[in-house]
Design a protein around this ligand. Structure first.
Ligand code: HXC
Length: 519
């Protein structure tokens, strides 16, 4: 072959590789409302930045006549590119090649980009759209999965890992996304489950659709497996870009700082009136968040799961900050198993990646009852406590209203190494709410009273007494557990000042192999 022909041959091979499983299968992918692996990568990355690797890799399986059917690149597109100018490593499973099913060589391709990402200290983004283990390959495919899992585990806490589920993700294949930091699912076409509806039916007799078993609503709302639910792939890919803007490239770096025209001393009078006079009346904590952060921009994580707690990213004076906030608007902001797990995972992510944490507290306590006890609220609550107590990033806590009992301790209190703990004058910091406390303390006297009027008067007096003593932040402030009582409208300024003062914070936990968080 002449050199000229060699070049033409290369161009032809590249064109062939770019067609994946062929035009018919690409058309079928589009007909399902899905993009191809390459289209997804192009949309995700900065224009023209993608450099593909291993385009000429093919599978090496000889079972069931598979050697006669080979596609350049096999069932995954891998490489690197940039997002807002920062390097990321990507892999996108190509459903047009054997349904994106994982072969030995596909696993090698994925592992290669994961290893590169670790070496270079860059995020890894995986786009999943696959029929699972390549059936014809048997155990080499299973081994390939395990190679990926091990890398997911070692990369955890070193580089951010993000998984987008844009198609099937079933069987053991679900565990790679589950090991990553963030999982995203599209409303249609995506599902995740350990066993599909047919197996479920044959084993348990339960009749359930794919959607109801492992669709985006299930995982973003009920199980919490998915952190984000998006309407379509484009929205998902743009969300990944946005999410990365809040994150550093790796655990040794800081998140990028953005210019902002939002004044740091912006006063928000509305906050002085946001807490209702009746302590049982809810308000929307998201209003508080949007009001105090830069330009009102908040990227919420796990929006549909455990809505009694809010977690997500925002910026204060351009600095990326993780926010954890009780939501009085949902279940009164109580801490239950799901809320504890959700917040604990978020706190640990922030701590692993040097993102300071702001905690906004309005929590009536842990949710009582057998349901929660049987579900292990003790262990789950301990996770959140552990996560806060272990975290060494700057931690600022603001108590807006209730902060009762164990939940007070858990929500980044001073003794869990909260750096600056402020309270609004509306804060109530106590072992429990007034009526519960009076019932315990005065139960015998109350039950001995026969006259309902006298009883009501007695309780009202005792409640008023208790509130006078505890339904305020000053008792806690008198012990130094609250560093300052601040005017609500000045919250943004005080938070920014606090984080500025914490910029040089250095705390090192005792040396150990690893902790034993109550999983
Ligand atoms: C090999 C596969 C495949 C697989 C799909 N294909 N899954 N080839 N191994 N696992 C091929 C099909 O033969 C077909 O080839 C093409 O991909 C597209 O598949 P279709 O069935 O036509 O597509 P669709 O109707 O959209 O259905 C998609 C699907 C279905 C729901 C994913 O293909 C399916 O149920 N596949 C099997 C899923 C499964 O049970 N996987 C194993 C899970 S257990 P042609 O040539 O016709 O285009 C597992 C263990 C992992 O993964 C353990 C890790 C620890």
């Amino acid at each position: 072959m002449e050199n000229k022909e060699k070049v033409k041959n290369l161009i032809d091979l590249r064109l062939q590789a770019k067609l994946g499983g062929g035009e018919k299968r690409i058309a079928s992918q589009h007909a399902k409302g899905k993009l191809t692996a390459r289209e997804r990568i192009d949309m995700l990355l900065d224009e023209g930045s993608f450099e593909e690797l291993d385009m000429f890799v093919t599978h090496r399986c000889y079972n069931f006549g598979l050697e006669k059917e080979k596609y350049l690149g096999d069932g995954v597109v891998t490489g690197h590119g940039t997002i807002d100018g920062r390097t990321v490593y990507v892999f996108a499973q190509d459903f047009t090649v054997f349904g994106g099913s994982l072969s030995e060589t596909m696993a090698l391709k994925i592992c290669k980009v994961m290893d590169m990402a670790m070496k270079m200290g860059c995020p890894v983004i995986g786009i999943n759209d696959s029929g699972g283990a390549r059936i014809q390959e048997g155990v080499t495919s299973l081994a390939g999965y395990a190679e990926i899992f091990e890398r997911n585990i070692l990369a955890s806490g070193v580089v951010p890992q993000i998984s987008a589920i844009f198609g099937p993700c079933a069987g053991g294949a679900v565990y790679s996304p589950a090991l990553t930091d963030f999982v995203m699912m599209t409303e249609e076409n995506s599902y995740m489950f350990v066993t599909g509806p047919k197996v479920v039916k044959s084993v348990t007799g339960e009749d359930i659709s794919t959607e109801d078993l492992g669709g985006a609503d299930v995982h973003a709302g009920k199980s919490g497996v998915s952190h984000f639910k998006v309407e379509n792939e484009e929205e998902g890919l743009m969300l990944i870009r946005k999410l990365l803007s809040y994150l550093p490239q790796n655990n040794l770096e800081e998140a990028p700082i953005f210019d902002t025209s939002d004044p740091i001393d912006r006063l928000e009078d509305s906050l002085n009136e946001i807490i209702p006079d009746n302590p049982n009346t809810p308000y929307d904590m998201k209003t508080v968040i949007h009001t105090i952060v830069d330009e009102g921009e908040f990227l919420e994580v796990h929006r549909n799961y455990a809505r009694n707690i809010i977690v997500g990213f925002a910026r204060f004076n351009g600095v990326s900050t993780g926010i954890v906030a009780n939501q009085p608007n949902f279940l009164a902001g109580v801490l239950d198993c799901d809320a504890s797990r959700k917040a604990a995972r978020f706190v640990r992510f922030c701590d692993a990646f040097n993102i300071p944490i702001l905690t906004l507290v309005d929590v009536p306590g842990f949710l009582p009852g057998s349901g929660q006890e049987y579900a292990g609220i003790i262990t789950h609550g301990a996770k959140l406590m552990f996560a806060y107590g272990e975290a060494t990033v700057p931690k600022v806590t603001i108590t807006l209203r209730k902060s009762y009992g164990g939940a007070h301790d858990v929500m980044s209190c001073k003794q869990l190494r909260g750096d600056f703990n402020y309270a609004w004058p509306t804060a109530e910091i106590a072992v429990m709410g007034a009526s519960g406390a009076i019932e315990v303390l005065e139960g015998r006297t109350i039950s001995s009273m026969n006259d309902p009027e006298e009883k009501a008067k007695f309780i009202a007096e005792k409640v008023a007494d208790y509130n006078e003593k505890f339904a305020n932040p000053y008792m806690a402030a008198s012990y130094g557990y609250i560093d300052d009582v601040i005017e609500p409208r000045n919250t943004r300024f005080r938070v920014i000042r606090a984080f500025q003062a914490l910029q040089t914070k250095k705390v090192v936990n005792p040396l150990k192999k690893h902790c034993n968080i109550p999983l």
